[in-house]
Design a protein around this ligand. Structure first.
Ligand code: UD1
Ligand code: CA
Length: 416
């Protein structure tokens, strides 16, 4: 498809309805700011220009923009039309399609946007809306159509009468514009509505009245339209994103016994034939090898590396640690700031005491070590190759290879 495309992402809004000090677009879905999903999608479209409109706490939002993006700042947050207007100077000299996306609509998929763009370009439309039919359309702008069923306006929920509120077709917020027509229409938008804001949605009726061609493409998967305004919507979007992520792992050869109770952060690496059991939470920056078993009830936190063939059982928390191949930790343990070698066995109830109240310290558990049940390893400490700690040991000194220690504090018992 031949196109001259620019994308404007609106991300200036406050988190009023989220009731949050964090800008809305930085709230995470599966461990990643929602805005980053939108930015990813835009990259796949290869636009000539990407402009992100920032406002509320713009310094914070700027950090997640990455390269190839122009940031502009909306001075007063007086509506989506004003936000798009702020982006116009950065589009000077550009001729073509302007795609407007909202930073709070992260479930949108690239296939949908490509379809919208294709329709817009091939039919030479001046403004093409992405709309969807919602059973519960509350909160969204409603699509008004004329007697010939052509789109003629969008009415916001707050300004809608009862008849309009009953309309199920909503504005997703995603609109393709012909650049020149958009600029002309924006000039005519007035804040004469309940919120006293400049609505981008008003450009539709303005364009319709001036004889422009306005049209709409309908969404198939209505989840994609979900605009996140509240924490309840955030959690709904999170579960949609989680299930998409889980599905991708399953397609790639990972077994997830119960996707509904498995939460895997975006970007986790998981090898072939690994099985994730129910009630498992995997946070950012975790790599899991092949043929591993994880869970049930397992919490893998930042910086966890599991080599191939590891068995991590129930009630295990691991953070900033690497676990070597064929190592087993099957029952309730905390492993933090630790390097564990291969073929080690971490007994039930093992705790790495990595924090002395001020600093965190590292622990090393070498290849073939056998950590007895209920051992506490007081970091910094190391357990040598093939060494054993007795049940209930509190290990405060390094354990030499092939020795057995036991007691509180753990003392040398004998060589192996
Ligand atoms: C908007 C649409 C509504 C649509 C819904 C879809 C308007 C007037 N309404 O409503 O028709 O059904 O999205 O989710 O456009 N923003 C700015 N600057 C501003 C105001 C907002 O950049 O001055 C940004 C926000 O950060 C957000 C996006 O624009 O990413 C949408 O704003 P929001 O206030 O969430 O609009 P809705 O009320 O959801
Ligand atoms: Ca919104």
């Amino acid at each position: 498809m031949k196109k001259n495309l620019a994308v404007v992402i609106l991300a200036a809004g406050k988190s009023t309805r989220m009731k949050s000090e964090t800008p809305k677009v930085l709230h995470p879905l599966c461990g990643r700011p929602m805005l980053e999903y939108v930015l990813d999608l835009v990259k796949t479209l290869r636009p000539k220009k990407t402009i992100v409109v920032l406002g509320y706490k713009q310094q914070e939002v700027r950090k997640c923009l990455g390269t190839g993006v122009t940031a502009v700042v909306q001075k007063s947050l007086c509506g989506t039309a004003d936000a798009v207007k702020t982006a116009l100077p950065a589009l000077k000299g550009f001729k073509g399609t302007v795609l407007v996306l909202y930073g709070d609509t992260p479930l949108l998929q690239k296939e949908t946007v490509s379809k919208l763009l294709k329709y817009h370009v091939e039919n030479n439309v001046d403004a093409t809306l992405l709309t969807g039919n919602l059973k519960k359309p509350a909160g969204y702008g409603r699509i008004l159509r004329d007697k010939l069923a052509n789109v003629c306006a969008i009415v916001e929920e707050k300004d809608a009468d009862d008849f309009e509120k009953a309309i199920k077709e909503v504005n997703t917020g995603i609109i393709c514009f012909n650049n020149d027509k958009l600029a002309a229409a924006l000039k005519q938008v007035r804040p004469d509505n309940r919120k006293k804001e400049y609505y981008l949605t008003d450009t539709i009726n303005i364009m319709y009245k001036s004889g422009c061609l306005v049209d709409a493409v309908k969404l198939i998967d209505i989840n994609e339209a979900l605009g996140i305004n509240t924490r309840a919507e955030l959690s709904k979007a999170n579960s949609v994103m989680c299930s998409r992520i889980n599905e991708r792992y399953m397609l790639d050869g990972v077994s997830i016994v119960d996707p509904a109770s498995t939460f895997i952060a975006w970007g986790t690496k998981i090898g072939l034939d690994t099985t994730i059991y129910p009630f498992t939470v995997i946070e950012n920056d975790v790599n899991i090898g092949k043929h591993c078993a994880v869970g049930p009830f397992c919490h893998l936190r930042e910086g966890t590396r599991l080599a191939d063939d590891t068995l991590i059982g129930n009630f295990i928390e691991i953070t900033r640690s690497s676990i070597g191949p064929k190592t087993i930790a099957k029952h309730f343990s905390y492993i933090g700031d630790t390097h564990v070698g291969k073929l080690a066995n971490i007994g039930a109830g093992t705790v790495v005491a990595n924090f002395d109240g001020i600093n965190k310290h590292r622990t090393k558990i070498s290849d073939g070590a056998l950590i007895g049940s209920d051992t506490i390893l007081v970091a910094p400490v190391s357990v040598g190759k093939n060494a054993t700690t007795g049940a209930g040991s509190v290990v405060t000194k390094n354990v030499p290879a092939k020795t057995i220690v036991a007691g509180v504090p753990a003392r040398f018992l004998r060589k192996k």
